[in-house]
Design a protein around this ligand. Structure first.
Ligand code: ZN
Length: 328
């Protein structure tokens, strides 16, 4: 049963942590002050709102080397012993720490690493994601970037949390389902649906019953692993929200084919330094280079989204297989 006290408490505690860190830690203070100067451009692409943010503070994350060799050779920046001395930890149950992200995209942005150096893999930790989303739900949503889909520490399990309704994707989905939703199956306390809004291909799992959501996710994971196999896991980003007023979770799984688009590696006028992860694809594209920020347009955004999401063919197969679960 939902414990309202702890829900309010964890959001408040996290916000208090952020305020303390802005006061005590120069890097955090600089990062959040810098957000005031961040420039946005907004696009409407077939009814989808996409913002692009020029945010030079994100250069390190956007250009992070995530190949196995580079990862092995660097000290892990999410391990407790390597955290900056000024970084405070807010313990979340016995497995995770809530940390202020000093290079924010959201007005309030947290990184939530596992206490141990254990690989970034969703399957085992998905239930924790639901708990976190519920416990932080007064102010924040929780998201996950797969090890090959934008996580800058693919060797250390972590989630992130950020201000609710800052991303157009979740702001748009607050009160209503998208017109592109297609229900795949429903059972008590659960609905699984597909969502293709022309830019993004996603699977949604909504529900009030935690065990049913976990079971639906595990079924999805098994089928998706066969259709879009990946090492160490099939490629995805996940955005998870909990609505306390309805005691309902909404989980959106963004289905990925590719991490960085061709344009990321291009040179000169072709280059767009955008390294798409959950937040970018949720409608806040982060570009740390001014010329690329000014160059981007509807056609380029559409091209990048189509390139990094799975193909029509794979999506159709996935949808049909998930629909088939209703008869089991
Ligand atoms: Zn680590």
């Amino acid at each position: 049963m939902l414990n309202n006290f702890s829900t309010i408490n964890l959001s408040t505690q996290s916000r208090d942590l952020l305020e303390r860190q802005k006061a005590s830690w120069d890097l955090a203070n600089t990062g959040y002050s810098g957000l005031k100067d961040v420039r946005f451009r907004e696009f409407d692409i077939d009814g989808n709102q996409i913002k692009v943010q020029f945010n030079p503070g994100r250069m390190v994350s956007t250009t992070a080397k995530v190949d196995a060799k580079s990862i092995k050779e660097r000290p892990c920046f999410l391990c407790s012993e390597n955290l900056p001395a000024a970084q405070e930890k807010l313990r979340y149950n016995d497995k995770f720490n809530i940390l202020v992200n000093p290079f924010p995209i959201f007005p309030e942005h947290f990184t939530i690493p596992h206490v141990n150096h254990t690989p970034q893999l969703i399957k085992e930790w998905f239930p924790e994601m639901l708990n976190m989303a519920r416990d932080l739900s007064e102010k924040y949503l929780v998201f996950y970037n797969g090890p090959n889909c934008g996580a800058s520490a693919p060797d250390h399990m972590h989630f992130q949390a950020g201000t609710k309704h800052f991303m157009p994707l979740d702001a748009h989905l607050i009160n209503k389902k998208d017109k592109h939703d297609i229900a795949l199956y429903r059972e008590f306390g659960l609905e699984v649906y597909s969502l293709d809004d022309g830019l993004r291909k996603m699977i949604g799992i909504d529900g009030v019953k935690e065990s049913a959501i976990i079971e639906a996710f595990n079924s999805f994971y098994k089928i998706y692993s066969e259709i879009n196999p990946g090492d160490p896991e099939p490629m995805m980003n996940i955005v998870c929200l909990f609505y306390p007023e309805w005691e309902t979770w909404r989980t959106l799984i963004l289905l990925r084919e590719k991490h960085r688009p061709e344009r990321y590696f291009a040179e000169g006028n072709e280059r767009i330094m955008l390294s798409p992860a959950a937040v970018d694809l949720g409608g806040v594209g982060v570009i740390p280079v001014q010329e690329d920020f000014e160059r981007i347009n509807v056609q380029i955004i559409t091209e990048i989204f189509h390139e990094v999401f799975i193909s029509e063919d794979k999506f159709s197969v996935l949808v049909e297989k998930l629909r088939g679960l209703s008869s089991i």
